[in-house]
Every structure is written in structure tokens, then in C-alpha cells.
Design a protein around this ligand. Structure first.
Ligand code: ATP
Ligand code: FE
Length: 338
């Protein structure tokens, strides 16, 4: 079964070809236009998607070494995301499905971030989680704990009550004058910083829910107060600030992940979403795995940030389950895991 996957929910235009769960190509065009604005500008994003989508799809098909006639179905991101961006992918999928007389499959972006852990690469021996497993989904818009009962059967057991972890990284990076998106920049700068130099407040939220807005605010006030005393405070302490902030975010994430693992008794632990690329988070999860006997699954870098490979793999399992949509399908800006 050959699936063409399309991802256009935010600011990356991506297309992938997947054959029986093995990714043959995964092309990602990142949009640079947003850097100057310190965040994604929705109108610019949809225009860039329109420019990128056909070249990206052509490249994915070419690189996979297949012909258009070999594709059995097209899977595209229905949501959540920016409506204008989603519309580009949705409209493309409809046109492609009609022109090539193939079925269409809609994919939930969050489900896709989780199923990224099932992408196989040609010639690479890969371990895959078995059901049920527990996932920490941490991205630009979401921070959730999810029990995955089956490919298409997921149960959310905790989530952020305000900001997402990636959002916290990005907003704190902005306070320090770092470019967007700040998460990967903080990760890099933190490598030579002291994570114990500064201590930031951690939220006291009951149960398995997260909160990151308090951290963002206390970080902002701390920086503001220090800058009053020393205008060069950020420049002189940048690496330590990044390392300390990163440690705080990772501690918050791990606390609830450990709690969820204890409560559910599940020891197969996966992470997914853009923040799963964070090196400190990966180290912390591996360290806890040794202590608690977890088996850990983390998508390779190209499959943790937004990409069409994860959309195609989700589409593959929906194809096997016979879950197709008609041409009246519409995008959703906000969706929860069904
Ligand atoms: P969602 O998936 O919730 O709809 P999104 O698609 O915008 O949101 P992703 O692309 O999955 O989010 O992830 C982007 C986020 O990941 C950004 O907030 C970015 O800063 C963060 N991120 C990426 N790499 C790293 C890293 N190495 N360390 C920390 N954060 C990172
Ligand atoms: Fe995403």
C-alpha cells in the first residue's frame, strides 16, 4: 500500500511517500518568512504553503522513485492548526484525489505526532512500541499525556491547562531576544550553561495536568528585575539562563510523566511532538528509563517536528481500517484527540 501524506497545519509544508509503513521520502519546506516577526504570521503561512505544495509533492514522489499512478490514497492533516494553512493541504488533497481517482484520508495532527513512533525507514531495524503505551506529547500547541490503546484508539489522561511546553520555550526565548522558534535555540545554548544556576517556580497542579504560564510569567519578571540592576544581564548569563529554564521545563514534564506511568502501570513510554527533539528531555527520559525499567521510544529528528511522514503513517493505519472521507470534508482549527 502506497500512501501520499500531506502536512500543512502550521508553517512547514511537507509531503511524504510511505509504502507499507516504510517511509520512502519525507520532504519538508520550512518557511523562513516568519523569523522577522517572532512568530508565525497566518496569512503569510497560507501563501507560502500555496507556493510550496506542488514542488514539495513532486519532490517527494520523485525521491521515492514511484509514479503518481502507484499511489493508493492521499492522507492530509485535517487539524488542529491554522485554518488558512490547513485549507491549502485540504484543497490540494481533494484535487489530487479527484484527478487520480484515489480515496482521501483525514489525519489528526496530534495523533500523527504520536504515531510518528511507528515510521519505519528503509534498511533500518527499528523497535516499535506495543499496546498499550504511554505518550508524552509535547509540541508548540500541546502538552498532553496519552494512553495509546491501539493505533487509532487513544485516551488523554492529562493536559496543559494553559500554555504548551513548546510555547513556554518560545515565549521565554523571545524575552531573551532569541529568534523564533526559540526551543531549538535554547537547547543549543543550554549545552554550555549551568542548569542549577537559577531556580524558577514550578507549578503545583493536581492530577496529571500541566501548567506553563506561571513559569513564563516568573521568567519574564525575573529578567525584567535583573535588567534594572544590570542592562547586560541577559548577554552575560545567556547559557545559564537557557540551561536553568530548560531544566525547569524538563523537570515539570518528567514529574507528571512518572506519575502517569505509576498510575497506569505502563512501562512502554513514547514521546512525540516538536519538543521531543529536546536533548535534555531525551536525556531525562532515558535516565528515568534506567531507574524505572521503562522502554523508551523517541521519533528521529526529522519525524518529531512537523512532517508528512507522520501523517502518511497515520493514514496507512486508517487505510487498513477503511477510514476514508468524502469531498465534503472540512479542516478544523481546533480538535482534540478522538
Ligand atoms: P502542534 O503540534 O501542537 O499543533 P506545532 O505543530 O506548531 O504545534 P511542533 O512543530 O510539533 O509544534 O513543534 C514545534 C515546537 O517545538 C516549537 O515550540 C519549538 O520551539 C519546539 N522545539 C523544537 N525543537 C526543540 C528543541 N530541541 N528543544 C525544545 N523545543 C523544541
Ligand atoms: Fe506539530
Amino acid at each position: 500500500t502506497v500512501i501520499l501524506g500531506i502536512e500543512s497545519s502550521c508553517d512547514d509544508t511537507s509531503a511524504a511517500i510511505l509504502k507499507d509503513g516504510v517511509v520512502l521520502s519525507n520532504i519538508i519546506a520550512s518557511q523562513k518568512v516568519h523569523e522577522a516577526y517572532g512568530g508565525v504570521v497566518p496569512e503569510l503561512a497560507s501563501r507560502a504553503h500555496q507556493q510550496n505544495i506542488i514542488p514539495v509533492v513532486s519532490e517527494a514522489i520523485r525521491k521515492a522513485g514511484i509514479g503518481i499512478q502507484d499511489i493508493h490514497a492521499i492522507a492530509y492533516t485535517r487539524g488542529p492548526g491554522l485554518l488558512g494553512s490547513l485549507l491549502v493541504g485540504t484543497s490540494f488533497a481533494k484535487g489530487f484525489a479527484i484527478a487520480n481517482r484515489i480515496p482521501m484520508i483525514e489525519v489528526n495532527h496530534l495523533q500523527a505526532h504520536i504515531l510518528a513512533n511507528f515510521i519505519k525507514e528503509p534498511g533500518v531495524e527499528s523497535r516499535q512500541p506495543s499496546f498499550p503505551f504511554l505518550t508524552l506529547l509535547v509540541s508548540g500547541g500541546n502538552s498532553q499525556l496519552i494512553v495509546v490503546h491501539d493505533y487509532l484508539d487513544m485516551e488523554m489522561i492529562g493536559q496543559t491547562i494553559d500554555d504548551a511546553a513548546g510555547e513556554a520555550f518560545d515565549k521565554c526565548a523571545k524575552v531573551m531576544g532569541l529568534p523564533y522558534p526559540g526551543g531549538p535555540v535554547i537547547d543549543r545554548l543550554a549545552k554550555t550553561g549551568n542548569p542549577d544556576r537559577f531556580v524558577f517556580n514550578k507549578p503545583q497542579i493536581p492530577g496529571l495536568d500541566y501548567s506553563f504560564s506561571g513559569l513564563k510569567t516568573s521568567f519574564l519578571y525575573f529578567i525584567r528585575d535583573e535588567l534594572k540592576k544590570n542592562p547586560d544581564f541577559i548577554a552575560e548569563n545567556l547559557n545559564d539562563l537557557c540551561a536553568s529554564l530548560q531544566k525547569t521545563v524538563v523537570d515539570i514534564l518528567l514529574t507528571k510523566l512518572k506519575k502517569a506511568a505509576r498510575q497506569t502501570g505502563i512501562r512502554q513510554i513514547a514521546i512525540g511532538g516538536g519538543v521531543s527533539a529536546n536533548s535534555a528531555l531525551q536525556n531525562a527520559v532515558h535516565k528515568e528509563a534506567e531507574k524505572s525499567g521503562w522502554e523508551v521510544f523517541i521519533p528521529r529528528l526529522g519525524f518529531s517536528l512537523d512532517n508528512a511522514g507522520m501523517v502518511a503513517v497515520t493514514g496507512y493505519y486508517k487505510f487498513l481500517a477503511g477510514q476514508f472521507v468524502g469531498l465534503d470534508a472540512i479542516p478544523f482549527a481546533r480538535t482534540i484527540l478522538e
